[in-house]
Design a protein around this ligand. Structure first.
Ligand SMILES: [Zn+2]
Length: 237
């Protein structure tokens, strides 16, 4: 059964109620969830599934299930599992997720400051990186830091928009990330728009306003291969 992805419409939900659909050693599936499953370089969420009696089942990771529209909540071993049909409350590790959202949105901004194809990317709680197909000599840490911070300081509101597969096919320039092609086949594709800055397909979670990111620092720039010049950033605060 498909899981309704509540974070798609509202990335700020810290808690929600849901119903268990399946539960096994592999993980728990729910009719709906606020937990983001690993994908697009963003780690899966952690937190807890709370049973009616108050027992907390720690969620140590969230992954896509057997099909991309299913979500598997991976729980710490040794916990009694809930029954299918059981009503539960979801509690997200919000502090960790919000850092993912800030860093993820910062990567969107950086992909506009560095004008080159993106060949990879990864987000963690404390740092994030993008790989570019560019001459290493063209990457200037001080300039990237200054320009990203100048854009985020403008406090622009971000927007989620949807376009049809056909529209996306007609505008291939929207896809900057060569390593992550947007999922097609559902008829429509989700895009993140930062008005005046960026528009690209992305299924991840983002901050509402760029000001939430705060200043970033460039940690290092290094050569990771012919087409992979890596820029690693961190939140400055
Ligand atoms: Zn994104």
């Amino acid at each position: 059964m498909a899981t309704e992805l509540l974070f798609r419409a509202d990335a700020y939900l810290k808690t929600a109620t849901a119903r268990v659909t399946t539960a096994s050693e592999r993980g728990i599936e729910l009719d709906r969830t606020i937990f983001y499953p690993t994908g697009g370089g963003q780690p899966g969420d952690t937190g807890a599934i709370v049973r009616a009696g108050g027992a907390r089942i720690p969620v140590i990771d969230t992954r896509k299930g057997e099909t991309p529209d299913r979500v598997l909540h991976v729980v710490a071993p040794g916990n009694p599992l809930p029954e299918p049909g059981e009503a539960v409350t979801l509690a997200l590790d919000w502090e960790r997720r919000h850092r993912h959202m800030r860093l993820h949105t910062a990567l969107h901004v950086m992909s506009c400051v560095v004008v080159a194809p993106v060949t990879g990317g990864q987000i963690a709680q404390d740092k994030a990186r993008l790989d570019f197909d560019i001459d290493l000599g063209l990457l200037d840490a001080a300039r990237i830091e200054r320009e990203v911070n100048a854009i985020t300081a403008r406090g622009i509101e971000t927007e989620t928009v949807w376009i049809s597969d056909a529209e996306l096919d007609a505008r291939p320039e929207l896809v900057k990330t060569m390593s992550v092609q947007p999922p097609r086949g559902a008829g429509r594709v989700r895009l993140l728009r930062i008005p005046g800055v960026d528009l690209q397909p992305c299924g991840g979670t983002h901050v509402r306003n760029l000001a939430e990111i705060g200043p970033i620092r460039v940690l290092r720039i290094r050569n990771e291969g012919k087409r992979n010049k890596r820029v690693e950033i961190a939140l400055a605060d």
